[in-house]
Design a protein around this ligand. Structure first.
Ligand SMILES: C=CCOC(=O)Nc1nc2cc3[nH]c(NC)nc3cc2c(=O)[nH]1
Ligand SMILES: [Zn+2]
Length: 372
C-alpha cells in the first residue's frame, strides 16, 4: 500500500480534519500546503531551505518534466527524488492543465490529448497510459490521474461529456498503473460549476477504488464564493477515510476556507510567484515591497514572523533588492512567503486540535484584512 491516511481528529466547531498521510518518503501532517516545484525545483529555494521552513511534501509537474529534460532522463538519474536531491514526499500533477485543457492548439480525443510544446511548438500526444508511464518514471509518491480540467465558464453539455471522459480516463490510469506499492494514484473529480455534474463525477470517480481523491476544475478564474459553493456540495460526497486534495488552491483565505470544508491537501504557485514580483504575505495582509513608502522603513517584512528573512532584513533592504532586480530578492521573499503559508497551516492544525478553527478563522481574517 503506497500511502495510508490516518484520521486523527475532526474539529467539533467546523468538521475540519486533522490527519497524517504515511508515504514511502515520510509522513505528512494534514491539512497541508504543498510548495510547487514545476521543473524539479521550488524556484529560488534549496532542499535544505525547504526543510528549514518545514516543507513536508512538494509538487512537480508531469508535463514540464516530460517536455524537459524528458522523463527517461529523470528515470536514468534514479527518479525525481534523487535527481533533485529531495528525500521527502513528492506529488506530480500534470502542470499542463493550461496546455492540455486550455491551450489553443490542443485537440482532446477519446484516446488522449494532442498538444504542442510550449518550448518549440513540437507536436505531442499524451494518453492516460502515457501519463502514467511518465509519472511512474518520475517516481513521485502521489501521482494524479490524467483528466481534463474544463475551462471556466463552460456550457453544461461540454462539462458533462468532459467529466464522463475523465472517468473513462481514470479507469484507464488505474489499469495502467502497476507500481501501486510505491506510488499512490489519486482520482480527480470534475463537473465544472454544475451541482448535478459534480455529484455525477464524485460518484463515478470515488466508485473507482483509489487511495485518495482530488477536486479539479476549480481555481480556474471563477469567483471565490462560487468555488466555496462547489466545495460545500462536493466535499461531503468524498470518502472521509481518504485524503481530499483541492488542486491549485491557494491564497491564505482560500486555504482556511478549504480546510473548514474538509479539504486536507493544497498546492498553489501564488507564494512563490508573487515573491518574484516583489509581493509578500504578512500577518497584516499583503505587502508590495517595491512601494516607495518602504524606502526608509528599517523594520522587518512581518514583525510577527520569526523566519530567516524577517529576522535578518528590513523592508528598505528588500525594496532595494527588488528595485535592482537582484536574485536575492526572489530568494528572501520566496523563503518568507512559503514559511508564511506553511506556518499558517501549522497554526490551522493546532486550532483543529483545540476545536477552535472557526475562532482562528475569524481572528486571522480580522488581522489579514479580509471581509468576514
Ligand atoms: C498527469 C496528469 C495530472 O492531471 C492534473 O494535474 N490535472 C489537473 N490539474 C489541475 C491543476 C489546477 N490548478 C488550478 N488552479 C491554479 N486549478 C487546477 C485544476 C486542475 C485539474 O482540474 N486537473
Ligand atoms: Zn518571515
Amino acid at each position: 500500500m503506497a500511502i495510508r491516511y490516518e484520521l486523527i481528529k475532526v474539529c467539533k466547531q467546523t468538521g475540519a480534519r486533522l490527519g497524517k498521510l504515511h508515504t514511502p518518503h515520510g509522513v505528512i501532517d494534514t491539512p497541508i500546503f504543498m510548495p510547487v516545484g514545476t521543473q524539479a525545483t521550488v524556484k529560488a529555494m534549496t532542499p535544505e531551505e525547504l526543510k528549514e521552513i518545514e516543507a513536508q511534501i512538494i509538487l512537480s509537474n508531469t508535463y514540464h518534466l516530460y517536455i524537459r529534460p524528458g522523463h527517461d532522463i529523470v528515470k536514468k538519474a534514479g527518479g525525481l527524488h534523487k535527481f533533485m536531491n529531495w528525500d521527502r514526499p513528492i506529488l506530480t500533477d500534470s502542470g499542463g492543465y493550461q496546455v492540455f485543457s486550455l491551450g489553443p492548439l490542443r485537440k482532446i480525443k477519446e484516446e488522449g490529448v494532442e498538444f504542442r510544446s510550449h518550448l518549440d511548438g513540437s507536436k505531442h500526444f499524451i494518453s492516460p497510459e502515457k501519463a502514467i508511464e511518465i509519472e511512474n518514471a518520475l517516481g513521485a509518491d502521489i501521482i494524479m490521474a490524467f483528466d481534463e480540467c474544463a475551462p471556466y465558464p463552460a456550457d453544461r453539455e461540454y462539462v458533462k461529456n468532459s467529466l464522463e471522459r475523465t472517468t473513462r480516463w481514470a479507469k484507464r490510469c488505474k489499469e495502467a498503473h502497476k507500481n501501486t506499492d510505491n506510488q499512490a494514484l489519486f482520482g480527480i473529480i470534475q463537473g465544472g460549476m454544475y451541482k448535478d455534474l459534480r455529484e455525477q463525477s464524485a460518484r463515478e470517480i470515488t466508485a473507482i477504488d483509489l487511495p485518495g481523491y482530488a477536486i479539479g476544475g476549480l481555481s480556474v478564474g471563477e469567483p471565490k464564493p462560487l468555488m466555496y459553493e462547489v466545495l460545500d456540495y462536493t466535499v461531503p460526497l468524498m470518502p472521509s477515510d481518504k485524503p481530499r486534495y483541492l488542486m491549485g488552491v491557494g491564497s491564505p483565505d482560500d486555504l482556511i476556507e478549504g480546510v473548514l470544508r474538509g479539504i486536507d491537501m493544497f498546492d498553489c504557485v501564488l507564494p512563490t510567484r508573487i515573491a518574484r514580483n516583489g509581493t509578500a504575505f504578512t500577518s497584516g495582509g499583503k505587502v508590495v515591497v517595491r512601494n516607495a513608502i518602504y524606502q526608509e522603513d528599517f523594520t522587518p517584512l512581518d514583525p510577527e514572523c520569526d523566519c530567516y528573512t524577517c529576522r535578518n532584513y528590513t523592508k528598505a533592504y528588500l525594496r532595494h533588492l527588488v528595485k535592482c532586480n537582484e536574485i536575492l530578492a526572489s530568494r528572501l521573499l520566496t523563503y518568507h512567503n512559503l514559511y508564511f503559508l506553511i506556518n499558517l497551516m501549522k497554526n490551522v492544525r493546532q486550532a483543529i486540535m483545540d476545536d477552535r478553527l472557526m475562532d482562528f478563522r475569524n481572528e486571522f481574517f480580522e488581522k489579514f484584512g479580509y471581509e468576514k
